[in-house]
Design a protein around this ligand. Structure first.
Ligand SMILES: Cc1cc2nc3c(=O)[nH]c(=O)nc-3n(C[C@H](O)[C@H](O)[C@H](O)COP(=O)(O)O)c2cc1C
Length: 281
């Protein structure tokens, strides 16, 4: 049983003291969601037997657009293949890789997958015109994301840790070849899964107050600015507590949204997905 004090502590960690909403409807599931943190330090232990199947059952329980199931997941556990895949996620712009892909026992690759819909439609004599549109790219990518998030929540509920890897799109074509992906599919992102190393614990990363993201009835342009001011203080404290050098949140946003060099290859994604069969019309 979680006490009121412990629940308040969860809110304080999530938003910084005093910045969270006043009223939260608590239950165990909400507590679990508020405890989320990405884990980047793992023990080499294998996952418990049945863990991958459990995560996929959770993933398949997510809503899926029109019940089409336009996603797949490849669970990579072969250390040598995992190392080759990890290499494709290297971020040359900041001189870093994602070493936790190698540390953890399993790397789940979430695939936006139109290949089955394409086969079924063309075998039935259709042209699969719908799949040529940008919306099909988005539908399959959304399906993959919703499935993966259910898996991530399930993993955390079992005491496992996860971290998403968008850098799996850095060399998307090479990655597709490494795992024999068929046409009409691409890896949207990866998810590392493993047992968190208790010797290298991770702090909850605080979020901006809800004024940043929540609007009522109509979008309040510019309403985020005061929330961003408050968030800088909370963000600095979290960076200090995590042993990171000083950097403002706004600087981090501007860095990530500015020079194309930070994309580390993802600027070529349109060409890759088009070559793989997504026309993006
Ligand atoms: C789609 C997506 C892609 C991500 N890609 C990476 C990545 O390539 N490497 C990494 O270390 N973290 C990655 N992350 C993790 C985010 O950095 C992390 O979720 C964010 O900083 C908030 O921290 P938290 O998850 O601990 O709350 C990704 C997260 C998402 C949702």
């Amino acid at each position: 049983m979680t006490t009121d004090e412990q629940r308040q502590e969860l809110l304080d960690l999530r938003y910084g003291k005093g910045n969270g909403p006043d009223k939260i409807l608590w239950n165990e599931q909400i507590e679990g969601l508020l405890r989320h943190r990405s884990v980047r330090a793992y023990l080499p232990d294998p996952l418990p037997e049945g863990a991958v199947e459990t995560l996929v059952a959770a993933a398949q329980s997510a809503s899926t657009s029109s019940n089409l199931h336009q996603w797949s997941v490849v669970a990579v556990s072969d250390p040598e293949l995992k190392a080759r895949i990890a290499e494709t996620t290297r971020m040359h712009s900041i001189g870093m890789g994602n070493p936790y892909i190698n540390e953890a026992p399993v790397f789940l690759l979430w695939i936006a997958d139109l290949s089955r819909s394409h086969a079924i439609t063309t075998e039935a004599g259709g042209r699969a015109e719908v799949l040529e549109h940008l919306d099909a790219f988005l539908t399959s990518s959304l399906d993959a994301a919703l499935a993966a998030q259910n898996a991530a929540v399930a993993a955390e509920s079992l005491g496992l840790g996860t971290v998403y890897i968008g850098a799996s799109r850095n060399r998307a074509e090479e990655l597709a070849e490494l795992i024999d992906l068929p046409p009409f599919s691409f890896v949207a992102f990866g998810l590392v899964v493993g047992r968190p190393d208790p010797e290298r614990p991770t702090l909850v990363r605080p979020r901006p107050s809800q004024d940043m993201v929540l609007h009522h009835d109509r979008y309040g342009t510019g309403a985020w600015k005061s929330a961003a001011e408050v968030y800088e203080t909370v963000f600095q404290q979290w960076r200090e507590d995590s042993g990171m050098r000083e950097k403002t949140w706004k600087d981090a946003v501007a860095f990530s949204s500015g020079d194309v060099a930070v994309m580390d290859g993802r600027e070529n994604l349109r060409a890759t997905v088009q070559e793989r069969g997504f026309e993006l019309r």
